[in-house]
Design a protein around this ligand. Structure first.
Ligand code: FMN
Length: 190
């Protein structure tokens, strides 16, 4: 095991953290009537009552500084076919949305069509967390297409999910009756 101290190269931690696979989201809102957003893989569900999710954002992020004051923030959970959206929304510069169709809510949350889920949120709380900020988002509304295959971020790469067991429901809060496998839905408009 590699001992971690203040001088340890971040690459060591990044490699270990990257072994934990995650989904990929786009977090976006209107700022001065233009869409502002970024790719975020640190999204996690947190609480049902109240409905909370969290993201971790780098404290130096100029994008988060513009998103933070927004009245509402959209979280789009990207599908396996949206690797190009993931890359575009992580790119440097102000033109991340060029050529990308978006949907905007009356509160100013911005969503990416074709994603697997959409959550309209407001900032509930923030907690300083080293070089990142832990942001708790309160969920105001959701829409979801759970049969759409998600984009997966693992070991610095983008992947799609290959099910080995078919749909299972065994986590906390799961329905007590096993669900029947669903027929895949057509991908298309959100
Ligand atoms: C797959 C992926 C996941 C990312 N996840 C996060 C994240 O969870 N938090 C974060 O602050 N930045 C994350 N980023 C980086 C941002 O998308 C973006 O590159 C960064 O905000 C750019 O810096 P800026 O906000 O100063 O323009 C991720 C990038 C990629 C490609």
């Amino acid at each position: 095991m590699i001992a971690i101290d203040d001088r340890t190269d971040h690459h060591v931690l990044r490699t270990a953290f990257g072994c934990f696979p995650s989904g990929v989201t786009v977090v976006a809102a209107l700022s001065a009537e233009s869409p502002v957003g970024m790719t975020v893989s640190s999204f996690t569900s947190v609480s049902f009552d109240p409905p909370l999710v969290s993201i971790c954002v780098r404290r130096s992020s100029t994008t988060w500084a513009r998103l933070r004051p927004a009245g509402a923030i959209g979280v789009s959970v990207l599908g396996a076919h949206q690797a190009d959206v993931c890359r575009a929304l992580a790119a440097p510069g102000d033109d991340r949305f060029t050529g990308l169709a978006v949907e905007t809510t009356p509160r100013g949350a911005v969503f990416v069509p074709g994603a697997t889920a959409w959550l309209e949120c407001t900032v509930h709380d923030t907690v300083p967390a080293g070089d990142h900020e832990l942001v708790l988002l309160r969920v105001l509304g959701v829409d979801a297409g759970p049969d759409r295959s998600p984009l997966v971020f693992h070991s610095s790469g983008l992947h799609s999910l290959h099910s080995t067991t078919g749909p299972t429901v065994s986590g906390p809060g799961a329905a007590t009756q096993p669900r029947q496998p669903r027929q895949p839905r057509q991908h298309g408009a959100a």
